[in-house]
Design a protein around this ligand. Structure first.
Ligand SMILES: C[S@@+](CC[C@H](N)C(=O)[O-])C[C@H]1O[C@@H](n2cnc3c(N)ncnc32)[C@H](O)[C@@H]1O
Length: 347
């Protein structure tokens, strides 16, 4: 645990009993879900794994795409937030925090220098009124901002955070989800391989699982290829929402589930499609790739296939060897590679 997380943990541990407070947590705070619940303090997260862990610990926790409408304006005395990776998310949450805090209420911001924390603190001070920035050492910051009687500044530009919008003629998406306004080059490479993959499937109309679906790009393209059914799943609330909307708009009769690496799914599939996450919060997460491969093996039919696309430097062949009997590289374009995994091993 770094100094920033430790400071946040200390502050949460000191949350005065019964003071109406909110802890806003994204993927950066998974390690802190071991913190015991505090009376008066709720948790809001856009990650299903954080939601589940917190719920099991007895927290009062909500899972949404950072929708703060359940808390009425001026109802909170304290909000704790470690800044997220994406600017639109941080701006959205600072704006929402300003509205939900009562006059005299406090927003506590945590983050590192390279995450733009000092700039976010300065912007938040302009909105809220007053604040003090504490240096934590090793480039960490802890800002304490107090909401004045009136909000003094204009709301920060959050790119209209909650709104789903068209990003091309096929897809809608929104800030807050992976590469929301672009087509991922890795995913495009995987789709280019569909013509090689479909003839090798044991079923002409396969049952497809889209693991870590984002806004649903792989699912939608798979549907065009011919499928029996599609199940798409993601941890991120914005992704689940956008994928559902894309299925609805394009009349795709698929199901979209919020889940942590498909932990709650047990149905086997003929084809698993996956562009696994490479980063978790601000850190690179190798273990996550392993979990995605193990899940693909668990949810693949005996004669099924799993198609993965990864950055070419990820040793997916080595990682997959524990879980699949056969591993083929379909293409390597110098940036990404597409691997076809078959003969899943029993876990
Ligand atoms: C590289 S993106 C791929 C998105 C999409 N499949 C595409 O091709 O555009 C990886 C996705 O995995 C999701 N993800 C990250 N951690 C996850 C987890 N523990 N369980 C399920 N999905 C997760 C992210 O939210 C993200 O949407």
């Amino acid at each position: 645990m770094d100094l920033i997380e430790q400071t946040l943990l200390d502050q949460l541990n000191q949350h005065p009993a019964d003071l109406p407070g909110l802890w806003i947590a994204d993927e950066n705070l998974i390690g802190l879900a071991s913190l015991a619940p505090r009376p008066g303090l709720s948790l809001l997260t856009n990650r299903f794994d954080v939601y589940q862990a917190a719920q099991e610990m007895g927290w009062e926790v909500l899972y949404s795409d950072f929708d703060l409408s359940p808390w009425s304006e001026g109802s909170l005395q304290r909000i704790y937030y470690r800044v997220s990776k994406e600017k639109a998310v941080v701006h959205h949450l600072i704006n929402q925090a300003a509205l939900r805090l009562a006059p005299g209420g406090q927003l506590q911001l945590f983050g590192a220098k390279q995450e733009g924390t000092k700039t976010y603190f300065d912007k938040a001070r302009k909105v809220l009124g007053d604040g003090q920035l504490n240096k934590l050492g090793k480039g960490g910051f802890f800002g304490e901002l107090t909401r004045g009687e009136q909000l003094i500044g204009e709301a920060l530009d959050d790119r209209d955070y909650p709104r789903l919008r068209s990003i091309d003629e096929d897809f809608i998406s929104k800030p807050g989800l992976f590469g929301w306004d672009k087509l991922d080059a890795g995913s495009a490479l995987l789709v280019e391989q569909f013509d090689n993959i479909w003839p090798r499937l044991s079923q002409p109309a396969p049952k497809v699982l889209d693991l870590g679906c984002g806004y649903g790009y792989l699912s939608v393209k798979a549907f065009g290829q011919g499928v029996g059914s599609i199940l798409a799943t993601d941890n991120n609330a914005a992704a689940v929402m956008a994928c559902r909307q894309n299925f609805e708009r394009l009349a795709i009769p698929g199901e979209v589930l919020a889940d942590n690496c498909a932990a709650g799914i047990n149905d086997r599939h003929d084809l698993v499609l996956c562009n696994p996450p490479f980063h978790q919060g601000f850190s690179v997460e190798g273990e996550l790739t392993d979990r995605f491969i193990a899940t693909a093996a668990r949810l693949c039919n005996r004669d099924g296939l799993a198609a993965f696309v990864v950055n070419r430097f990820i040793p997916l062949e080595r990682k997959a060897a524990n879980h699949f009997g056969k591993i083929e590289t379909l293409v390597d374009n110098g940036s990404f590679k597409v691997l076809l995994l078959s003969q899943p091993k029993k876990g």
